[in-house]
Each structure stands twice: as structure tokens, then as C-alpha cells.
Design a protein around this ligand. Sequence first.
Ligand code: FES
Ligand SMILES: [Fe+2]
Length: 391
Amino acid sequence: MSRKQLIEMARHSLAHARAGTIDQEPDVLKVPVEHYFDESRWKAEMNKVFRRLPLMLAMSAELKEVGDYKAMDAGDVPVLINRDNNGEVRAFVNMCSHRGSQIMAAGKGNTHRFTCPYHGWSYNRQGELTGILSSKDFGDIDKSCYGLTELPVLERAGLIWVITNPKSDLDIAQFLSGYDELLAHFSFETWHHFASQVIAGPNWKIAYDGYMDLYHLPILHKDTFGADFPNKALYYSWGPHQRVIGPDPTLAAYEDKPEEEWPIPHLMAGIWTIFPHVSIAGFDSGGRAVLISQLFPGKTPGESYTVQNYLMEHVPDEEQIAAATSQFEFLKYVVQEEDYATGIKQQKAMQSMAKDHVLFGRNEGGGHNFHRWVDTLLETEDADLNSLFQT
Ligand code: FES
Ligand SMILES: [Fe+2]
């Protein structure tokens, strides 16, 4: 079923390539400049987008074995993700039940128990409180009531989504809107995590706008990707999640072949974004690889940071390590010095309020969809959240 969708998109892309056309939005969209810096709007986005929706916080490739864990901040919430004794992924607030210390330092490792650095309480891989230091002195409490606070989590397509609100009843599978079935064609669960790096950026929406924007490629990136890069884009969406590809004439090579033979890497080309904060883009350095960028809001509306992760289909040999390393450095340079350097200047210019809105053309459908979804989420009450994602 989902492979059929990949073929349909490929045929659609080829038809547009031949005709020299794209799909256009009905109108040019105006987005008020305040949407990128207004403090109260930004707070609403934090509460109604980042604290309510599942975030793709980890990749299965980072947590392959029982006992593997990853501790990190997801916006304001310290999160601890691990693979428990049954091989299931769990997520917790990284907070001790005694007096709230963060238990694990940010980073990754493997452990059979999580021990708090403050007074030594310990928790097992299922998050149960198993050890209270000097428990006779401390006094009696019901240990079963003082495990780690569990967060909703779902592992699909080799990716791990977590909702940072423990009380959420949002159905993560429903939120994915079938998009995970498409992403499953990468087979990320068998891939290798090569490296990660962090880049500071502008308002999260300025950064995200750029991920879906092919219009800028031959201009802003003329010295890196090259001035010959096409600037045309085709957008496909599943709920709020969007894929973007260019009209691709090279797909003609498969036209006379049975559909089962159309190769998956080519069918998975382009940028795959996961709302509200992830982008996945394919590369071929050191073997088949992807850059998975996880975007997080910073401390103020005008700041964000992005964790770039390089995932490789196979464990690289020495030569491939060198190729992957230089590709990964190149991608940091492009995003930091071209995309985010531009974004930080956009941020400043918008805050001057010289203009009251910015524009997304009829050719920039990804931005239309993205901003519509953010607006919709800000207007949606908690009780209606699940119904937004019904297909
Ligand atoms: S705060 Fe964790 S043991 Fe005291
Ligand atoms: Fe860019």
C-alpha cells in the first residue's frame, strides 16, 4: 500500500518534470511577521505544539540493545529514554521522586539501573523505584507509588516519538497519519548512528520554513550545492507531515520496468519532514546515509537549536568514515553559515516591523501547510486534539 504511494509520487514527479510544471497553491500566503517573534504567540506554540504533540526524540539506532538509554532536554523537559528488559522503548521524565534531581546526565549509555546522583535512590529499566538509601532512617513510603514518571512513547519505522506531557491521551499512531508506513521504507531500525552535532539557529519556524524550501537552493547555496540545483518543488502531506521532492526526469529510467523493480533509495528521495520539528534528507557519502535534523525551540522566540544526526545504512569502513565525516562537516557548514546565518538576519529584520507580513508563493506549498497547521493547533482545545488527526 505505502509502496504504491511511493510509485504514485514518482510518476507524478516524472509527469511534472516532462511538462516543466509543479502543483501550485491557489494563492500567495501572507504570514504576519509577529508570528516569528511575538512572546505570547511563542509561548502558545510551546504549550500547544511542543508540549502537546509527539516529538521524534531518538532513533532506534541509538538504543539498539536492552539497557541502552539516552538522556536529553526536549525543550523545557528533561527526558530519559531507554530500552527495557523486554526490549520495549520507554520514556520518562528525567526526575527523581525524592526531591526532583535529574537522574542521568545528558548523553547516552547502557545501564541496568538509574541511580540518582543526589542521595542515591535507584530505579530499574522499567522505571520502578528499587532502592532507597538508608531506607530505615528515611521512613516508610510505598515504593510502588514513586517510580519514574512515564511519558507516552511509540517506536515506529526505526524512530522514537515521545510526548513530554505525562497526562496526554493523544494517540501517537493516529498523529502519524500513516506517514510512518512511508518512513518504514528506509528500514532505519537496522541503520547505524554515525554522529551527532548541534547548531544554534533563529526562531524555530524560520528554521523549519527552510527545510521545506527548495526555491532557495540554487541561490543561497550556489557556492555549496551549486547554482544548477533545480528550485522546483512538489509537496505531499499526511496529516501535518510533509514530503518534498523536485520534479525528477531521471525517474524515466524505470518507466518500462515492473514497479517492484523501482529502487527504494530513489523512491525515497527528497526531504521528509516530521511535524513539528524534524527533517530527513538523503545523502550518499560513505554509502547510503541520511541527515536527520531535530529542531528545538531555544530560550526565547528568536532562538532555536538543531541536533543534526548522521545515520548510515551500513557500518562504514575506514574510507567510508572519512567520506561520511567530511559530508557531515559540510552539512554543518551549509546549515550554520548559509541557512541559519540567513535565518538569524531574517529574524532581526522581521523584528524591525518594517513590513507587517512575509510571503509564501504559490510554489511554496510546504510553508502554506506548515503555517496552517501551527495556526490550527493554537486554536485547538485539548479535548479536540485527537480528532485533528483522524484520517
Ligand atoms: S533527589 Fe534523587 S535521591 Fe534525593
Ligand atoms: Fe537551505
